[in-house]
Design a protein around this ligand. Structure first.
Ligand SMILES: *Cc1c(COP(=O)(O)O)cnc(C)c1O
Length: 367
């Protein structure tokens, strides 16, 4: 059996008519940059997530950078984050001249460990960026309490968690700003790049919009230095169709995760843990195993792809090699060696999950 890591083709088949007519409508309108479709999609996202403002931009990476610019994070300022995430989280901190400070992760959730944050705070610390990794919320009440006590901003990196609930409410409205990505393989994925920022603060809403539009509110009047970061109108039209299905798709992912868990319950592998305060929308279904490389090769030989999110914690990345600081991050370093992500998408069938689980058990053995 040959199984894809994600199956965007099968998903497209289920929404083809709606997507095609939405695309055609934009082309016929010739409104290719911003316009009504982008504002409508922003409004629908804000409503879905229960947050006051949504500001579209060109990618999740841009969203993080613009968020920090809007919070006036300056060269030399320190920003606390997790080392166990996609590079964009720390890359954007460094690219604006600020300094990423890594705090180790929790061994069960793989998200930043709030118990270790306070020790990393210095007079230069300006913000904390928790990542809701793999589709599960970080421990937000603990993080917000620390941030309020020390007068720090919080930017949620929700690139992997569009629709995750934290204590019964969607993530993205908890921190000062939240950022997400519409990269095609994310849970709400465009047919190209895209991103969005969220805030409940009216002043920040204005600042985020202005920075994303060359620092301008009024045409050709530039109040601050900004960037050019827009969500394509075509992508907004496609995403607005897909937004209607996000709950259904996230539920289908969770059902697939339950099937994986059930079929792997006696396998020598650690399946994802779900904290009591969060739902999980399984952007990734990630196991921990002893011999990851061997398992990946065995799966490949059976037509099953797998991936590693992420093999190198950010403090050990070549891009940060000139950074001479020493970090004590044993949990992130250990977990980065063991994790392996399995095929995960809403349309995965029970037959496929069965086949994958059996192939895994064949290799890792049972407890
Ligand atoms: C995907 C991702 C990003 C970046 O999003 P892009 O749209 O690809 O720029 C940032 N942070 C995390 C955790 C991600 O998974």
């Amino acid at each position: 059996m040959k199984i894809p890591m994600v199956d965007l083709k099968t998903q497209y088949e289920t929404i083809k008519d709606e997507v095609n007519s939405a695309v055609k409508e934009v082309i016929e309108s010739t409104q290719f940059i911003l316009g009504k479709k982008v504002s409508e999609f922003e409004k629908n996202c804000a409503e879905y997530l229960g947050v006051k403002h949504a500001i579209a931009c060109a990618s999740g990476t841009d969203a993080l950078q613009i968020a920090m610019m809007a919070l006036d994070i300056k060269p030399g300022d320190e920003v606390i984050t997790t080392p166990f995430t996609f590079v964009a989280t720390a890359e954007t901190i460094a690219i604006i001249g600020a300094v990423p400070v890594y705090v180790d992760i929790d061994e069960k959730t793989y998200n930043i460990d709030p118990l270790k944050i306070e020790a990393a705070i210095t007079p230069k610390t300006k913000a904390i960026i928790p990542v809701h990794l793999y589709g599960q919320s970080a421990d937000m009440d603990s993080i917000m309490a620390i941030a309020r006590k020390h007068n720090l901003y919080v930017i949620e990196d929700a690139a992997q968690s569009f629709g995750t609930d934290y204590k019964g409410k969607k993530v993205c409205g908890i921190g000062d700003i939240a950022c997400t990505s519409f990269f095609p393989s994310k849970n709400l994925g465009a047919y190209g790049d895209g991103g969005m920022m969220f805030t409940n603060d009216d002043t920040l809403n204005q600042k985020l919009r202005m920075i994303a539009a060359h620092g301008s509110k009024e045409r050709y009047v530039h109040e601050v230095l900004g960037v050019n970061s827009r969500l394509d109108t075509l992508q907004a039209a496609i995403l607005d169709v897909k937004l209607k299905y996000i709950d259904k798709w996230n539920k289908a992912r969770a059902k697939n995760a339950d099937l994986y868990r059930e079929k792997l319950k006696d396998a020598k592998a650690v399946t994802p843990y779900v904290a009591e305060y969060s739902t999980h929308i399984y952007h990734q279904f990630t196991l921990r195993v002893e011999n990851r490389k061997g398992l990946a090769e065995h799966l490949t030989s059976k037509g099953i792809p797998s991936a590693v999110h992420y093999p190198i914690p950010l403090h050990q990345q070549p891009a940060f090699k000139d950074d001479s600081r020493k970090f004590d991050l044993p949990v992130a370093e250990k977990i980065a060696k063991d994790v392996i992500s399995l095929p995960m998408f809403p349309e995965l069938t029970e037959e496929q999950i069965d086949y994958i689980a059996n192939a895994i058990k064949e290799f890792v053995g049972t407890k």
